[in-house]
Write a protein of this length. Sequence first.
Length: 98
Amino acid sequence: MMRLVLFAVLLVAAFVDLPPSAARAQEAAHPGRAIVLSKCFQCHTDAMFRDQRQDRRAWEATIYRMIGRGALWTPEEIKLMADYLGAEYDQAAKPAPR
């Protein structure tokens, strides 16, 4: 009986995806994510980032194009945003079409 209960608990634990605690999620978040959320989402939606997957260098070029259109960011913010977008939204990580 005890084996059956243990098996059931392990089976449920394997299929349940519990969200991480807020503190752990905050630690794991890339520092560029907060900048992208606060700066880029003033004009863009998340669909733009998901649809326009690029490597880090292309994201940096996109950021500089936005500066040409009036965006104001420090060099450190540009680096962090390009690092984050390149890691999160890279062409190589694009899901295969179904």
